[in-house]
Design a protein around this ligand. Structure first.
Ligand code: NAP
Length: 434
């Protein structure tokens, strides 16, 4: 394998990860590419790097170590390479498989819609993973934020995000309309104001849904979770959202027959032998440790994650629903500033973990903002590498620091009796408490 890149410095003391027989093989000194990010990115990256290094050190006493490799995207890349996303950055993520990034400025008029979206598409990172849990002491708008402990698997490559849209009044929209009228006159006649409509296409495939749902169920099994809920709007969009749910049940029953119990099975048993028998069957399956596979309509889900959060655990959903749901849930636990995210392809092992907020440019270089989102993304990365002991240290440090009300400005302004610290000092506080 090539260890030289024209302008990137590959660390000599590191080794690449490998994927063998569907398993990620992680050496003791993996090369991990990182993008520090724009705006406040460098501040939160410096803090995060120290947090992750301390966690690995404390967990493995020097036996494991990350060999960091800086790669460029965003403003820093544009200055040095006149490209917002140089090919070799994408190649580095491809070659070294698992990396982490700070927030990036979205270039305006640069030909790239979003650097984040571009990276996800180029590496086919089909899962957007967003765990949502509350940290003791974080100010929250709800009464029982501790009941929120969910993991969202948001499909990352399909749905309305495919970007197939035709603007109202353009030749493209007119051509699309005439195509509809020619081939689907019945459907075309349902359009209320055809001449002044814009159009969007929502592709949702069996493969795309299947790989996302498979990853969610496998995650639930690996992490001793209790249920997987398919969140969809299948009552209205039958052949996209409804199909997602139907394919999900099929997949669960075919591929995870011994380890899951589905609501579809419950319905079959009820129809054959009555509700009591179905309830008993479900109770027995769950008592034996099977994962409950169920579904919920998206609008009701947005109510119930507030009113009955304990009923939700792992959630598998399509791109747009996942977008709404992850931000709503992050707000519920007061965690917009500390919500982490990962973009993952479980088939190839490729993954990029990232802060979910933006570059917050007005705080750049003030050593002020909360590094929590990137640090917790690093925690997810450690877990993805199989370094759970180190990941636990990160959580422990964060739990303890916030629990003692040592927080950055964003939390301090909402907490009674908080001790406000800088970004780097919050990292110190976490490290001392690991
Ligand atoms: P933003 O950077 O997320 O900032 C909005 C507000 O969120 C900040 O003013 C701040 O609120 C709070 N905030 C963000 N990060 C924080 C942190 N680490 N700690 C504490 N508070 C934090 O959103 P934006 O201003 O709309 O976007 C700025 C740039 O970021 C744009 O170029 C956008 O395209 C880009 N962006 C990138 C990503 C990404 O790379 N993943 C995501 C979103 C946006 P207060 O001022 O109230 O304290």
């Amino acid at each position: 394998m090539s260890q030289t890149k024209p302008t990137l410095r590959v660390p000599e003391d590191g080794e690449p990860l490998a994927m063998r027989d569907g398993e990620l093989h992680v050496p003791a000194n993996p090369i991990v590419p990182f993008i520090e990010g724009d705006g406040t990115g460098p501040d939160i990256w410096r803090a995060t790097r120290r947090i992750l290094e301390a966690a690995v050190d404390k967990a493995y006493g020097g036996e494991k170590r990350i060999a960091w490799m800086e790669v460029y995207a965003g403003e820093k890349a544009f200055e040095n390479y006149q490209s917002w996303l140089p090919d070799e950055t994408v190649e580095a993520f491809r070659e070294y498989r698992v990396g982490i990034k700070g927030p990036l400025t979205t270039p305006i008029g640069g030909g790239i819609r979003s650097l984040n979206v571009a990276l996800r598409q180029l590496l086919d990172l089909y899962v957007c993973l967003r765990p949502v849990r509350w940290f003791q002491g974080v100010p929250s708008p709800v009464r029982n934020p501790q009941d929120v402990d969910m993991v969202i698997f948001r499909e990352n490559t399909e749905d309305i995000y495919a970007g197939i849209e035709f603007q109202e009044g353009t030749d493209a929209a007119r051509a699309f309309l005439s195509l509809l009228r020619e081939h689907f006159p019945k459907e075309a006649s349902k359009i209320r104001f055809p001449e002044s409509s814009g159009f969007g296409v929502k592709p949702v495939s069996r493969e795309g849904s299947g790989r996302l749902i498979r990853a969610a169920i496998q995650y639930a099994l690996d992490n001793a979770r209790k249920s997987v809920t398919f969140v969809h709007k299948g009552n209205i969009m039958k052949f996209t959202e409804g199909a997602f749910c139907a394919w999900g049940y099929e997949l669960a029953e075919e591929e995870f027959a011994d380890t899951t119990y589905t609501w579809r099975q419950w319905e079959r048993t009820r129809d054959e032998r009555g509700k009591e028998a179905a309830d008993a069957e479900q109770a027995e399956a769950l008592a034996a440790g099977r994962i409950l596979v169920k579904d919920a309509i998206a609008d009701i889900t947005l109510q119930q994650v507030l009113t009955r959060p304990r009923e939700f655990d792992v959630i598998a959903t399509m791109n747009l629903n996942g977008d709404y749901l992850s931000d709503a849930l992050a707000a519920q636990i007061g965690g917009i500033g500390i919500a982490p995210g990962g973009n993952i392809n479980y088939t190839t092992g490729h993954a990029i973990f990232e802060a979910t907020h933006g570059t917050a440019p007005r705080y750049a270089n003030l050593d002020k903002v909360n590094p929590g989102s990137l640090a917790l993304s690093g925690e997810m990365m450690l877990r993805h590498l199989g370094w759970a002991e180190a990941a636990d240290k990160v959580l422990k440090g964060m739990d303890a620091a916030i629990g003692e009300k040592i927080v950055t400005y964003d939390f301090a302004r909402l907490m009674e009796g908080a001790r406000e610290v800088k970004c780097s000092e919050f990292a110190d506080a976490m490290i001392e408490r690991m």
